[in-house]
Design a protein around this ligand. Structure first.
Ligand code: IPM
Ligand code: MG
Length: 364
């Protein structure tokens, strides 16, 4: 296979973790007899600095010509004074999601036995381990509904965000959740706010009907978002596949990541309705943790989430399951060998981003 990848490192720790991940990608492909063609492009704050735009035209064109996008992370204090619409996150990540119709965000929340002590949860709550995945709808809801801010009567100011969902949007993300659940413990928890929101009532109806009609082998549970946030802390082991809308998924996936030890471990795949040259979903793969400006440039970042995002890319956009597993196993072995970046070291000795990347590469 010949893989064409657009590499968008972004800002702060983005380029550092990307530098650790690319050699892993190159090595695993070489071993499997595949070839890699990749080009690097500025995005987010780096795009603003280089071309005056968070998503430069040349970067978007490179993404269009690729089979998949490997993304770092964007945003940070340097660009916080810009008008909200021009800031890196809103002006690069969200347009990429909508341009490529990346409606399905897959975020695995896994707490390996070797990392139990990194979880902020009490040992008895996580004794049976945590292994869940969040399937978050990514191109609808409050993020993409009509927005406005205007002055109204009496000099007051009104801001509006709209939450819109269509049956067809709910059905296609439900299908992703069903496929994900089938490869796992076959249980879906739909998280919503059906006691208040009209959209949530529709979600419940559509998801239940879809599962009844097409996936009788899958069990379905409903949880309100407030209860779900609590259950994730009380009994995280109960979750297999968590299906939810955009905003709830944004919040819950961060909670999942930290319950599983560190944001620095959580990979993410944003899968599109479109397909690449290999007939596989076009996707954007990124760590969930953000740009961490406080530790940028100090070789302290955890590259695992970026490296595990490479594994997700190989699996979902290229069907290279064996190669994906090799990367995941190399990360597992590195951690089992006690090699840790500071965020997962529980106060014990730690290594830097480069050394962590090299240790994973050495175990491939
Ligand atoms: C995420 C991030 C983004 C989101 C931000 C950076 C716009 O938090 O991918 O979870 O809210 O979706
Ligand atoms: Mg988020």
């Amino acid at each position: 296979m010949h893989l064409k990848i657009a590499v968008l490192p972004g800002d702060y720790i983005g380029p550092e973790v990307m530098s650790a991940a690319l050699p892993v990608l190159e090595a695993v492909l070489k071993k499997g007899g595949h070839t890699l063609e990749h080009s690097t492009h500025p995005v987010g704050g780096a795009g603003i600095d280089a071309h005056g735009k968070a998503l430069p035209d040349s970067t978007l064109a490179a993404c269009q010509a690729a089979d998949a996008i490997l993304f770092g992370s964007v945003g940070g204090p340097k660009w916080e004074k810009l008008p909200p619409k021009e800031q890196p996150e809103r002006a690069s990540l969200l347009p990429l999601r909508s341009h490529f119709r990346l409606f399905a965000n897959v975020r695995p929340g896994l707490l390996p036995q070797a990392l139990l002590e990194t979880s902020p949860l009490r040992a008895d709550r996580i004794a049976s381990g945590i292994d869940m995945v969040c399937i978050r709808e990514l191109t609808g809801g409050l993020y993409f509904g009509a927005k406005s801010t205007k002055e109204i009567a009496g000099g007051d100011i009104e801001a509006i965000d709209t939450m819109v969902y269509r049956q067809s949007e709910i059905e296609r993300i439900t299908d992703v959740a069903i496929a994900t659940a089938r490869a796992r413990r076959k249980h879906i928890t739909l998280v919503d706010k059906a006691n208040v929101l009209e959209t949530s009532v529709l979600w419940r109806k559509v998801v239940a009907a879809r599962i009844a009609a097409t996936a009788p082998d899958i069990t379905l549970a409903f949880l309100y978002i407030d209860n779900a946030a609590m259950q994730l802390i009380l009994r995280p082991g109960q979750f297999d596949v968590v299906l939810t809308e955009n905003m709830f998924g944004d919040i819950l996936s961060d909670e999942m990541a930290v319950v599983c030890g560190s944001l620095g471990m959580m990979a993410s795949a944003s899968l599109g309705a479109g397909h690449n040259r290999y007939g596989k979903p076009f996707g954007l793969y990124e760590p969930s943790g953000g740009t961490a400006p406080d530790i940028a440039g100090q070789d302290k970042a955890n590259p695992c989430a970026q490296i595990l995002s490479v594994a997700l890319m190989l699996r979902h956009s290229f069907g290279l399951e064996a190669e994906a597993k090799q990367i995941e196993n190399a990360v597992d072995r590195t951690i089992a060998d006690g090699i840790r970046t500071a965020d997962i070291a529980s106060g014990k000795a730690s290594v830097g981003c480069k050394a962590m990347g090299a240790a994973i590469l050495a175990r491939l």
